[in-house]
Design a protein around this ligand. Structure first.
Ligand code: AR6
Length: 516
């Protein structure tokens, strides 16, 4: 080979930028047309976290709240008519909250009182077998259920201003406190959110992920047991006066405008800084960088069902992310969601079927001026390829380039570098070599470095390191690389031979050299 196997233009992990180093002043926390703040900003300046006053909005642009005056259910039988739902919910939660110990049957009974339609559909098998299975000495759950109920009950005090939906096509952000999130999630736990239990083709929230936790409680499995351990641990921490979190979190939907979409063929940027390693993970070694969530367009994917890969695990160890499902419409091709400030509550081991909740995590990250932990997560959804060859069409390649660029593009010069890896290459069946090159190009355009975690894939580490070295030493621009991808795409589509992008790039340069 004319390049040395271990020749490298890569940098050290320490050479990449993290949040504390690239801190630029945030300015005052204030709300605007595109930034809703659910706490009182004046009191926040004085160090208090108090709900911002506001009024309920029973409207298609806002989250329909269980405590809304407009939330009603139809009564059947002799006393037909409508009945307000919140008093029924409140009564059930209050009953539970007064007890020292609550069984799963009691939780179920309460939930079914205000969700009578689902009596024959919802099962609580997973929750029961989870509580049964845990050894007595670790079984804090019967005493925790009343506390979750007490937290859920406080919804009208904790969230007063209507929560806007982060809808497709609109860049907008929501900032709320971790306590507000815990209260919303306690309501999700008790399945109180109205209009969110059907997904048929004309359902009101068909373009939103599910939020009520009923799907987590049904169909028992080992996966569910581990998920419930993570979720229950979260509630244990947030319902304890001593340990409940005290900061804010921002959820920001960003849409890439047509005018911001790069003309990839003409891009003059050269390769970005790269650190590539087969050891470590995005969330641990990549902490304080912009951490990529290998997302589903419906955020959180199967977190409340049986899915248990990178995104679901991220949502389980940082459960505050789950609240994004309440208000984030399915992402479009040119959109991403950036979440700043969520706390990590748990550590885990394994992946998929081997995933286990390991232990509590003490989050030692510093907070920024808006009291947000310095953790930034970027949700971008890759395409799901049923047939692997589909991904090499330039339409698909360009879609993935724009999606990654939408997420990587910062707002100023002072942004942390990006921690990523085999985005779209597990459940979504993408080609890791192609996805690595796409992410390099998007990072180059966004002028940010990449830390690439191959998650144990030594061959990919070596291949990416060599390819990056070649692209750097040949001073290849993003535009030229795009041209190369076009050649590659044509090649793949005209033959049935095995596909190997790194070899293709290497051979292209080798033949050009011999022509000189
Ligand atoms: N750090 C670095 N790399 C990782 C990590 C980690 N913590 N975890 C996994 N990997 P996958 P996708 C590697 O399948 O293909 C979910 O249901 C590991 O090699 O999670 O984009 C979402 O909700 C793994 O095989 O991402 C979506 O619906 C590879 O990253 C869907 O899956 C890809 O991880 C997205 O699937």
């Amino acid at each position: 080979a004319w390049i040395d196997d271990e020749a490298s233009s890569c940098c050290r992990l320490e050479d990449l930028w993290r949040l504390p180093q690239c801190h630029s002043k945030l300015g005052e926390l204030k709300f605007s047309r595109t930034h809703t703040v659910l706490i009182d900003v004046d009191l926040f300046k004085r160090g208090q976290l108090v709900a911002q006053a506001g009024r309920d909005m029973w409207h298609s642009n806002f989250v329909k709240m269980p405590s809304s005056q407009s939330s009603v259910f139809m009564k059947t039988g002799w006393n037909k008519g409508t009945e307000h739902r919140w008093p029924v919910i409140f009564k059930q939660l209050k009953n539970l909250s007064k007890k020292k110990s609550v069984s799963v049957d009691e939780v179920k009974e309460a939930i079914m009182k205000y969700n009578p339609k689902y009596k024959d559909q919802w099962s609580f098998d997973a929750l029961s077998s989870f509580v049964d299975r845990v050894p007595k000495s670790e079984n804090y759950f019967p005493a925790l259920f009343p506390k979750i109920a007490a937290l859920a009950m406080q919804l009208p005090e904790h969230v007063k201003k209507a929560i806007p939906l982060l809808q497709k096509g609109k860049s907008a952000a929501i900032t709320l406190s971790q306590v507000q999130i815990s209260c919303l999630l306690a309501n999700a736990f008790f399945c109180t959110f109205p209009h969110r239990n059907t997904s048929h083709s004309n359902a009101e929230y068909r373009n939103y992920p599910s939020i009520n936790f009923n799907s987590l409680f049904g169909i028992s499995s080992d996966r569910k047991t581990e998920k419930l351990r993570a979720i229950m641990h979260y509630f244990k921490v947030v319902t304890d006066e001593e340990t409940k979190p005290k900061g804010l979190v921002t959820f920001e939907r960003r849409c890439l405008k047509d005018t911001e979409t790069p003309n990839w063929r003409g891009c003059k940027e050269t390769m970005p800084k790269l650190h590539v390693t087969s050891v470590g993970t995005i969330e641990t070694e990549g902490t304080e960088m912009l951490q990529v969530d290998f997302a589903s367009s419906r955020l959180g994917g199967g977190v409340l069902g049986s899915g248990l890969v990178q995104e679901e695990i991220l949502f389980l160890i940082n459960p505050e992310l789950i609240v994004s499902r309440l208000f984030t419409e399915k992402l479009e091709d040119n959109e991403c969601l950036i979440i700043t400030g969520t706390q990590q509550f748990s550590c885990y081991s394994g992946f998929g079927d081997t995933f286990e909740w390991a232990c509590p995590h003490e989050d030692l990250l510093k907070r920024d001026e808006w009291a947000r932990l310095q953790r930034q997560i970027l949700a971008i959804d890759a395409l799901h390829f049923k047939h692997r060859r589909d991904q090499y069409s330039m339409i698909k390649v360009t879609r993935e380039l724009n999606k990654a660029y939408c997420g990587f593009k910062g707002k100023g010069p002072n942004e942390p570098d990006i921690a990523t890896g085999k985005w779209g290459c597990g459940a979504f069946n993408g080609d890791p070599q192609l996805k690595a090159v796409i992410q390099l190009m998007a990072a180059a355009m966004a002028k940010r470095g990449l830390a690439f975690f191959t998650f144990g894939d030594e061959a990919l580490r070596r291949g990416l390191q060599q390819t990056h070295h070649l692209l750097v030493t040949q001073e290849i621009t993003v535009g030229k690389l795009y041209g190369l991808l076009e050649d590659f795409s044509a090649d793949v589509q005209s033959s049935n031979s095995p596909v190997n992008l790194f070899d293709f790039i290497r051979n292209t340069f080798r033949s050009r050299r011999s022509l000189l």
